[in-house]
Ligand binder design. Structure first.
Ligand SMILES: [Zn+2]
Ligand SMILES: [Zn+2]
Length: 628
C-alpha cells in the first residue's frame, strides 16, 4: 500500500508547531506546497462552505466540487460515527469513522475490571460490529500508546488483519501485547509523523501533536465530505512540556478558520475539574526539591512505565544530585530501552546502573525507577513492600515516591502498599503529600480553550464516565454550543453527520467483552453475578437421591457448604436443612412431579428459605438431585 503524503492547508503554512522549541524525536514539518495544492485549495474551500463557522468567512468564489462528493451539487455523502467503547467508562476506547461505506477505526483499547467483575482479566469493546463489517475496515488509527487505547488490538487482530497507524512510539508500545499474542504478522504497522496528512482508506487523516502523559500523542483531523471531524485524543494543554512538543493549537485554529471544524470529539476525563492541569514540568521541580532535602537517602520512584517524560524528570533530578539510576520492573526496563533508542529519553550510559549492583553503592548515590504505581500485587513495588524483591531489600532510611494517581478502582491496593511500606519504616511521598504527580488530561479551562480555538459546529464529548461527559456538555453550552449542536452519546451509539446536521443513527452492540485467561467473550453477566454471590455469600448445596418409582427420597440428603459460615448451632441448622429438603422433595413427588426441574426447584426453595430465615444470609443454593 502506497500512501501519498499530502500538503497541509495551502497558503496556511506547514501545519507544524511554530513554538521554535526543539522537538526530541518528533517528525519533520510537512513538505512545501506543490502545484497540486491548488486543486486541493479549491476542494478545501468547497469543504469550508459546508461549515457554519467558516461560512461567514467564505468568499463564495469557488466552483470546485468537494472531494468525496458523489451526489449532485449541494449534497454530500453522510459520515457515520459509531462508538464502541470509552463513552461511559475510562477505558476500552474505540470508535468507527465511516465515509463512503469504508471504516476507519480510531483506537482499540482495554479497560481494567471493576471490583464487581471477579476473575475478569480485561474488558474489551464488543467487536461484533467490526467483525460483521470487517471487509469495510481500511485501518486502525492509534492516538497514543496507553493501553486504554491500544490494548485491545491483539484481540481485534484475531478476528481480521488490518493496517495500523500511529506515532513510532505508540506503535512500539502497542506491539507489546500484539507480539505476546503472536498476532504481529496480522498487522501492518505504519508510523506517521507530527503534522502529517495522509490518505487512509476513504479520507485524508491529519495527525496533530497534543501533550499527554505519554509522548507523541495525536489529535486526529478527518477531512471528510462533511467537513472536518476533529478528535482531540487524550490531551492537555501543557505550555511547558518536557520535550517542548506542545499541543498544536495553531494548526487547530487554522483548520477552524479554513475550512472550519464541523464536529469536535473531545476528552472528558477531567471535565469536572475547574482550572488548568499544571504542566508536567512542575513535577520535575518538586522532585528536585524532594531529592535535595534528602541527600543521604536512597530513592525508589514509581510511575507508569509509558510515562517517558516523568521518567526523564526523575532521572534528571537524580543525576543532578549525583545519583545513578536503575530500573526495576520488566516494563520499565523495556520502555526505558525503547525510549532511549527512539531518542525520546536522555539518560547517559554512565548514569545507568544495573539493579543488581545498587547494594554496593552509597544510598545517597542511588535512584531506582520502578513500576507498580497502581499497587498491582505482582508488581515490583508490591514485591518490595512485601520484602520479596529478589534484587534488594528496602531499608529504614529509604524514600519511596509514588509519582502517579491510582486509577479509579485501584485506590485500595495502592493504600495497602503504602501501609506495607510504612511498616518497613520507609518514608512515602505520594500525590497527597507533595506535588509529585500531575494529570495528563485537560481540565475545564483547557477544554474551554480547545472549544474556543476550534469553534466547532457540533460537539460530542468522548473518553469519560457519564458524569464527565455530562459536565463537558455543560461546558460547551456555557460557551454557546447549545441545542442540537451537542449530543451526549454512549457506548454502542451511532451518529450521522449530513448536510442537514448531526443526528442519532441507531445503535450497535456496545457492551462489555470479558477476557478471563484464554477465554474471550464466554463470560456473560450471569457468570459474573454467580461469582459475586459466591464471593460474598458462599454456596450451600443439597445432594439428594430420589427413587422415582417408589416416589421417595433415598437415605438422607447431604448438605455441602463452601465459603458459607454460620457459627453456632450449625449442626442443628444442617439437620433441619436435611429434613426440609426431604420434606420438600417428598411433597413434590406426592404431587406427581417427576421431572428434574421441578424437584430441583422444590429443594432450592425449601433450603433457601430456611437458610435465609435463620441466618439473614443469601448464599447460592445449589440442589443436586440424583434420580434412580
Ligand atoms: Zn491516555
Ligand atoms: Zn485514555
Amino acid at each position: 500500500m502506497k500512501n501519498e503524503r499530502r500538503t497541509s492547508e495551502p497558503g496556511k503554512g506547514t501545519g507544524s508547531t511554530k513554538d521554535g522549541a526543539p522537538r526530541k524525536g518528533s517528525g519533520n514539518a510537512l513538505p512545501k506546497e506543490s502545484g497540486k495544492a491548488q486543486a486541493k485549495a479549491q476542494a478545501n474551500k468547497a469543504e469550508a462552505k459546508r461549515s457554519h463557522s467558516a461560512a461567514a468567512k467564505a468568499s463564495g468564489t469557488t466552483s470546485a466540487k468537494g472531494w468525496g462528493t458523489t451526489a449532485g451539487a449541494g449534497s454530500h455523502d453522510a459520515v457515520r460515527i459509531v462508538f464502541l467503547g470509552g463513552l461511559g467508562e475510562i477505558g476500552r476506547n474505540c470508535a468507527c469513522i465511516e465515509v463512503n461505506g469504508r471504516i476507519l477505526v480510531l483506537d482499540v483499547g482495554i479497560m481494567f475490571p471493576d471490583p464487581d467483575m471477579p476473575g475478569v482479566d480485561l474488558v474489551l469493546p464488543d467487536f461484533t460490529y467490526l467483525r460483521e463489517n470487517a471487509d469495510r475496515v481500511d485501518g486502525v488509527i492509534l492516538t497514543h500508546g496507553h493501553e486504554d487505547h491500544t490494548g485491545g488490538l491483539a484481540y481485534l487482530l484475531r478476528d481480521f488483519p488490518v493496517p495500523v497507524y500511529g506515532s513510532e512510539l505508540t506503535l512500539a508500545l502497542a506491539r507489546n501485547r500484539v507480539d505476546e499474542a503472536g498476532m504481529a504478522d496480522r498487522a501492518q504497522f505504519i508510523p506517521v509523523r507530527d503534522g502529517e496528512r495522509r490518505r487512509i482508506g476513504p479520507c485524508d487523516v491529519e495527525f496533530i501533536p497534543v501533550t499527554h502523559s505519554v509522548p507523541h500523542a495525536f489529535a486526529t483531523a478527518f477531512h471528510t465530505p462533511q467537513g472536518i471531524i476533529l478528535h482531540s485524543g487524550d490531551f492537555k494543554i501543557d505550555l511547558h512540556p518536557v520535550d517542548g512538543r506542545r499541543t498544536d493549537l495553531a494548526r487547530m485554529g487554522a483548520l477552524a478558520s479554513d475550512p472550519g471544524i464541523r464536529l469536535l470529539l473531545a476528552d472528558s476525563t477531567n471535565a469536572e475539574e475547574p482550572g488548568f492541569t499544571p504542566s508536567e514540568s512542575t513535577v520535575g521541580a518538586t522532585l528536585e526539591r524532594v531529592f535535595l532535602a534528602r541527600p543521604d537517602q536512597r530513592f525508589i520512584v514509581t510511575c507508569f512505565a509509558s510515562h517517558i517524560h516523568r521518567v526523564q524528570q526523575v532521572a534528571d533530578a537524580a543525576i543532578a544530585e549525583g545519583r545513578l539510576v536503575a530500573t526495576l520492573g520488566l516494563s520499565m526496563k523495556k520502555n526505558v530501552t525503547l525510549a532511549r533508542r527512539l531518542g525520546l529519553l536522555e539518560i547517559p550510559d554512565d548514569s545507568l546502573v544495573d539493579i543488581e549492583d545498587i547494594d554496593d553503592l552509597d544510598p545517597g548515590r542511588v535512584c531506582v525507577i520502578s513500576t507498580g504505581s497502581q499497587g498491582e500485587p505482582m508488581s515490583a513495588l508490591s514485591r518490595l513492600a512485601a520484602g520479596e524483591n529478589r534484587f534488594f531489600q528496602l531499608q529504614e532510611n529509604d524514600v519511596v515516591v509514588i509519582s502517579a494517581h491510582p486509577i479509579p478502582g485501584n485506590e485500595w491496593s495502592v493504600g495497602r502498599v503504602i501501609d506495607s511500606l510504612y511498616r518497613r519504616g520507609v518514608e512515602v511521598i505520594h500525590s497527597g503529600v507533595d506535588a509529585v504527580h500531575v494529570s495528563g488530561h485537560a481540565r475545564q479551562g483547557e477544554l474551554a480553550m480547545l472549544m474556543s480555538v476550534t469553534r466547532p459546529e457540533f460537539f460530542i464529548p468522548v473518553h469519560g464516565e457519564y458524569r464527565h461527559m455530562a459536565n463537558h456538555i455543560r461546558l460547551a453550552e456555557s460557551m454557546g454550543i447549545t441545542g442540537d449542536r451537542v449530543l451526549l452519546c454512549e457506548d454502542g451509539d451511532a451518529v450521522r453527520l449530513d448536510d442537514s446536521g448531526l443526528h442519532r443513527d441507531g445503535t450497535v452492540p456496545g457492551g462489555y467483552l470479558f477476557v478471563d485467561g484464554s477465554s474471550v467473550g464466554d463470560i456473560g453477566h450471569g457468570v459474573l453475578r454467580d461469582r459475586m454471590v459466591l464471593a460474598e455469600e458462599g454456596v450451600v448445596m443439597a445432594v439428594a437421591t430420589v427413587d422415582l418409582k417408589q416416589g421417595e427420597v433415598v437415605g438422607t440428603p447431604q448438605i455441602v457448604t463452601r465459603g458459607w459460615a454460620y457459627d453456632h448451632d450449625t449442626e442443628v441448622l444442617l439437620d433441619e436443612a436435611r429434613a426440609e429438603v426431604t420434606k420438600a422433595l417428598e411433597h413434590a413427588l406426592s404431587n406427581g412431579s417427576h421431572d428434574h426441574e421441578t424437584l430441583n426447584r422444590a429443594a432450592r426453595k425449601a433450603l433457601g428459605r430456611l437458610v435465609g430465615d435463620r441466618t439473614r444470609q443469601r448464599p447460592m443454593i445449589v440442589p443436586v438431585i440424583v434420580t434412580v
